[in-house]
Design a protein around this ligand. Structure first.
Ligand SMILES: NC(=O)c1ccc[n+]([C@@H]2O[C@H](COP(=O)([O-])OP(=O)(O)OC[C@H]3O[C@@H](n4cnc5c(N)ncnc54)[C@H](O)[C@@H]3O)[C@@H](O)[C@H]2O)c1
Ligand SMILES: [Zn+2]
Length: 345
């Protein structure tokens, strides 16, 4: 399947096909330029080697797996590798991995020599469903997620669902949270597919439907001046939970991004029946439906979050399946109550 992200001069194709990675040389020019494949230590090495074998002059940069690499240190490592390899303005960066690799390699491509070509080959459900398209690239500064970054659209996105065969189950389920998000805000049928179907058997359809939602939103608002903010549904509280409970550094038993977003969506669903259905769905597929966390710490983080302006913050709420509304709420009065709803009493 092929989709096109229509963004005037920044338009690009999104290929969704089993085995597409082995066919990359027919989809992009890997012959007449230097190609740096950025991957991480958790992604099976055979994927990067398979892509490198298709390049006339390719190199692989492997960063340590985990969110910790989406940092100034990880960014420097990738840039240095690009410089050492002798890359110039005609060179190409290929991200081969999950959202961490995509966000980091994309940001490196966006800034190396003021911006060079970038192809995203996502290998996790989260990145195939969500993060590989849309052009948001970033690194973290301490607990401040995605605080340094750039809008830099890829030239091509190649999604090969075969790569998901090696993805650990918990990561597979984790990415599904972003698809449930897309269903809740924009696509009732996608949400129902989760209720009636199977996340493995219906994996490709879930990815496709989620990409369609994101494509349409991004096409209408590439730089997030308005409507694109709806894709942050669940992320305001989610990022707060992630700062406090997320997998990071020595906190290896923490929650993943999608799991935090799943929890962050629950208090924002205004229809009680729909919130109940969503919890049931989480239990069915293995996402956390409840979690105890330090509400004060989460609140503290959110007050310093870049999306809050003064004493208020704009959040996305879902009044009913497939609909959304934005609401400006007070940090002191409304937010604590919302967080209380999402936590175990
Ligand atoms: N740019 C965006 O629009 C956007 C949107 C959503 C999330 N994100 C970001 O994405 C990141 C999370 O992405 P993620 O969930 O993909 O995590 P990740 O990139 O850390 O990947 C998860 C783990 O799976 C391993 N892995 C990747 N592919 C594999 C494969 N095919 N087989 C076996 N193991 C594999 C990785 O080594 C890693 O350990 C966060 O930093 C989040 O902020 C960005
Ligand atoms: Zn997300």
């Amino acid at each position: 399947m092929k989709l096109t992200m229509n963004l005037a001069q920044n338009s690009y194709d999104i290929i969704l096909k089993r085995g597409a990675l082995g066919n990359l040389r027919h989809l992009a020019d890997l012959t007449h330029r230097k190609v740096m494949i950025v991957t991480d230590s958790g992604v099976p090495a055979q994927y990067a080697l398979g892509v490198k074998a298709q390049c006339a002059d390719g190199a692989v940069c492997t960063i340590p797996q985990g969110e910790g690499s989406k940092s100034v240190k990880g960014y420097t490592q990738v840039l240095q590798a690009m410089l050492d390899f002798g890359m110039d303005r005609s060179s190409l960066v290929i991200a081969l991995g999950g959202g961490v690799v995509g966000d980091l390699a994309g940001f490196a491509a966006a800034t190396y020599m003021r911006g060079i070509d970038f192809i995203n080959c996502p290998t996790t459900t989260l990145s195939q469903i969500d993060s590989s398209i849309g052009g948001k690239t970033a690194i973290d500064l301490g607990d401040a997620k995605n605080i340094v970054g750039a809008f830099w659209q890829p030239k091509l996105v190649v999604i090969d669902p075969d790569t998901l065969d090696t993805l650990p189950r918990r990561h597979y389920v984790n990415g599904m949270a972003e698809a449930i998000k897309a269903g809740l805000i924009c696509d009732a049928q996608l949400f129902q597919l989760f209720e009636t179907g199977d996340i493995y058997a219906d994996g490709e359809e879930i990815i496709y439907k989620s990409l369609l939602v994101k494509k349409h939103v991004v096409e209408r608002d590439e730089k997030e001046n308005g409507e694109r903010k709806i894709l942050n549904f669940g992320h305001t509280i989610g990022h707060g939970i992630e700062a406090v409970k997320g997998v990071k550094g020595r906190r290896t038993n923490g929650l993943y991004h999608g799991e935090c977003v799943a929890l962050g969506m629950l208090p924002m669903i205004q229809d009680r029946e729909l919130a109940k259905r969503t919890r049931a769905l989480y239990r069915k597929i293995g996402l956390p439906a409840r979690c105890s966390y330090n509400k004060e710490k989460v609140l503290e983080y959110m007050k310093h979050d870049k999306k809050s302006a003064g004493d208020s913050i704009t959040v996305v709420k879902v009044p009913g399946l497939g609909c959304w509304r934005m609401e400006k709420i007070s940090l002191e009065k409304d937010l604590p109550a919302l967080i209380g709803l999402g936590a175990k009493e």
